[in-house]
Design a protein around this ligand. Structure first.
Ligand SMILES: [Zn+2]
Length: 525
């Protein structure tokens, strides 16, 4: 290799990249090479196509731009290329965000990485050259300087399509600094660079409470506001958000979505419900459907937009020393307190033993007491018991007793064991009031035999056996009062838990295993 020659070539290229001139000169260049004024989707599409294509064995096109580093993803890559193709033709689809969703290690970040690095190189090459108004914080297309009235003529005569208006900063500059003489406005060639924050932005969501929208769109600049006097002056505004700097290029949003197992419990307007209870049974993996649920989140009650079914994915379960459980995919984030005592979001797979996990308590979103619409499997037997019309605090407490220390047998035997006479008496009285059935009392055990009541218990969501214990759906979806009554019945036996009227979630006892279905769903909000 001839180093001196290579260095000379390099310097020549760098010189080209440092081109600076006036708008009049830029317009000359643009008329000769209209591609320098192409919009971002078109630039990316042309970049992908410039690397060439060949046909895969199945006859589908394979894009060499990706195929050096990504294997076996022909179909998704084709969809991505098609998206850029349609968007390059300025079809509606260009207004949408391209969402890459898939398992960890599935190539999503490699695709984005290739696009970013590709753009950095492409904008340094002649065919991908791009210019901007010199002092514009958003690296604006200089053709924006052309007044709207002249644009149609420019497009017809020079094949230069102009879209968009001057940013406030440039409008101020044109009027106040150059007296409206747009031909003199300085223009320079730029090259996209993630490092120097030109044309490529990256956004990682952090704590939604402390996150400032300024990180995306910029904000008031307190250091200049004293000089310019008023907030409305464009010089008092910093156009340095990630969306500003990504203008004309590419913006990556990392981990925008929340992914939880279907068994996760959510506080909703229809009570505490499993995440998968919002999915329709025919919801296929890899698709999203719109779901509107009022949901308690860390910033108050919010409405969900979509439920995405991500199929079977590996999950990681975290148990705190007090027995609270959080389960999610590896990239699912929860809040922890870092070494400086600041709350930060951390991925599940980055959590370490000893980390402090932030938990939200006092979420106050509850359902109405559910109506009991029991269709007896054996209607003749059903007439032998009274059926409550809806969930009541008494029924919830009775279910709490049963979940804590009750068990059933298929022959209709329903038993409750407790050493305290007072509790056994309360259980007996509730059984009588709720169902019109009088149980038999033995030493420390209360027992009855009723197949109809067994069926009703099943309908209400009661599960027998120490390993099946879960809070019945009929309680979860009811009012706060009923959930508390259930818990007071459940905890009555050991007498050590003082709820103080406050309910924390997830499960209060590590012995309550939430059956993991290994299905993963995503709620976007
Ligand atoms: Zn501008």
């Amino acid at each position: 290799m001839d180093l001196v020659k290579r260095l000379e070539e390099y310097r020549d290229r760098e010189r080209e990249l440092t081109w600076e001139g006036t708008f009049a000169q830029y317009f000359e260049i643009a008329t000769k090479q209209p591609s320098i004024a192409q919009l971002s989707h078109e630039r990316i599409y042309n970049m992908i196509m410039a690397a060439g294509t060949d046909a895969s064995r199945s006859g589908d096109p394979r894009y060499k731009f990706f195929s050096q580093e990504i294997f076996g993803l022909e179909k998704p890559l084709q969809q991505i290329a098609e998206y850029f193709h349609s968007a390059a033709q300025r079809l509606e689809v260009r207004k949408r965000i391209l969402l890459l969703m898939g398992p960890v290690g599935g190539g999503k970040s490699t695709i984005v990485h290739l696009l970013k690095r590709g753009l950095e190189q492409y904008t340094r090459a002649q065919e991908g050259a791009i210019y901007a108004i010199r002092d514009c914080p958003m690296h604006e297309e200089p053709l924006h300087l052309i007044p709207v009235e002249l644009r149609a003529d420019v497009e017809r005569e020079f094949d230069l399509y102009v879209e968009g208006d001057l940013c406030p900063h440039c409008r101020w500059m044109v009027e106040d600094k150059y007296g409206g003489k747009i031909e003199e406005i300085p223009v320079k060639r730029i090259a996209f660079s993630e490092k120097y924050r030109i044309g490529i932005g990256t956004f990682t969501p952090s704590d939604p409470k402390s996150q400032d929208v300024a990180e995306l769109v910029g904000g008031i600049d307190l250091s200049t506001i004293g000089e310019v006097g008023v907030e409305s002056d464009p010089r008092a505004y910093r156009f340095d958000g990630e969306l500003n700097i990504a203008n004309r290029g590419l913006m990556e949003f990392i981990e925008m979505l929340k992914c939880l197992p279907g068994s996760s419990l959510l506080f909703t307007q229809s009570g505490i419900r499993r995440l998968d209870s919002f999915a329709q049974s025919d919801h296929p993996a890899g698709e999203s459907r719109s779901v509107e649920v009022q949901l308690a989140s860390s910033t108050g009650v919010e409405t969900t937009a979509h439920l995405y079914h991500a199929g079977v994915q590996p999950t990681k379960r975290v148990t705190t020393r007090r027995g609270y459980v959080s389960e999610g995919t590896f990239e699912h984030r929860i809040q922890v307190v870092n070494n400086e005592g600041v709350q930060v979001w951390r991925r599940h797979d980055e959590l370490q033993v000893g980390d402090w996990v932030v938990m939200q308590k006092g979420q106050n979103l509850w359902g109405q007491d559910v109506e009991i619409q029991w269709q007896p499997k054996r209607p003749i037997l059903a007439s032998r018991i009274k059926t409550p019309e809806r969930m009541t605090p008494g029924l919830a407490r009775w279910l709490g007793y049963m979940t804590g220390e009750g068990d059933t047998r298929p022959d209709g035997t329903i038993r409750f064991s407790n050493v305290e006479e007072e509790l056994r008496a309360d259980y007996c009285q509730l059984t009588q009031e709720l169902f019109g059935v009088q149980p038999r009392c033995y030493q420390k055990v209360v027992q009855l035999n009723n197949v109809a009541l067994l069926d009703l218990l099943d309908y209400l969501g009661f599960k027998t056996g120490a390993y099946n214990k879960e809070i019945p759906w009929s309680v979860l979806q009811s009012s706060r009062e009923c959930v508390l009554e259930f818990l007071s019945g459940y905890f009555a036996g050991d007498g050590t838990v003082n709820l103080g009227g406050r309910l924390s979630w997830p499960l209060p006892r590590s012995g309550w295993r939430n059956k993991c279905k290994l299905s993963c769903s995503i709620l976007v909000w």
